[in-house]
Design a protein around this ligand. Sequence first.
Ligand code: NAP
Ligand code: GLV
Length: 306
Amino acid sequence: MALLVCVTGRDNSKLMAQLRVHLPGVDIREWPEGGNLAEVEFVLAWNAPDSLWQQLPNLKVVQSFGAGVDGIPLSELPPEVRVCRIVDPALADDMAQYVLGHVLAHKLRLPLYYQQQQQQLWRPKRASGGNRVGIMGLGQLGQVVAKKMQQNNFEVIGWSRSEKTLPGISQFWGAEQLHLFASQCDYLVCLLPLTPQTRGILDNTLFQSMPSHGVIINVARGAHINEADLLHALNTEQIAAATLDVFVQEPVAEEHPFWRHPKITMTPHVAALTSMKTAMAQIVSNMKAMQSNEPLSHCVDTTLGY
Ligand code: NAP
Ligand code: GLV
């Protein structure tokens, strides 16, 4: 039995060292030096190559190294393979601070004043009046973001797949209520998982439903946005601005029009970064649970995709 780490795009030396300390006696390998892959039962994955998954005939558990599992081809795995993710209240707090900070920045017109400072322009304006924040996805992160916005005197509305009741939040659900929801958002925050149902959901028809002063904050996945539709909506004043933390291609290509767009604020996928300490505890616990045939923590529903 072996544990394979296939976490790409980062330096894994600390991760590998800590796994070896916390899981003594376990055969831990790092992709692409996987050895005989028939021995691998547990994979720790982030941005793993598509070619990996067919090479693991005895796979039992896939543990995502983050909150999202969209990098794992859930529908292609055998149904008995369990897929788990990181769930961390501190990560949710980071996300809530990021969203609050960016909503306030737009409300106070800071992106505009940064640009005017470069041109030595003195053009005072009252902060914008809109106070309603709409959150798409009221899961582990969305609910914490909602609470933080309420604590800061914003009105919160939410949209999710299933009907739910949350204190003080007007709730919308299902495809048929999406546009009614969007029409009421001064700030629309995307915190959905990326699934076949949510891919490209921020598109032209949604932007058309929003008020023209509406601001998009996408902190979920780049592929939730139809990028050409976003540019069109900003350029034709269907919506006012966007803050984007996630992109279809990361890092964003040098020639991408988002970099220089005056109505787009970009950050490099930093809204809520996985904590090594929490991740380590959850990986180790799930590995031990698999070995002793006990229930795993934070498994996703592979048929729903999240
Ligand atoms: P979660 O707990 O699984 O919650 C997902 C929410 O989305 C649920 O409320 C769910 O509705 C809703 N949803 C799913 N499919 C839907 C659909 N088709 N229509 C409407 N609503 C739908 O997820 P989470 O932990 O909050 O994380 C959300 C995402 O944030 C992750 O998947 C990841 O992509 C992203 N993320 C980004 C960063 C960053 O740094 N930028 C960091 C961490 C996570 P129900 O409640 O009805 O099931
Ligand atoms: C980050 O984007 C995550 O899914 O944890």
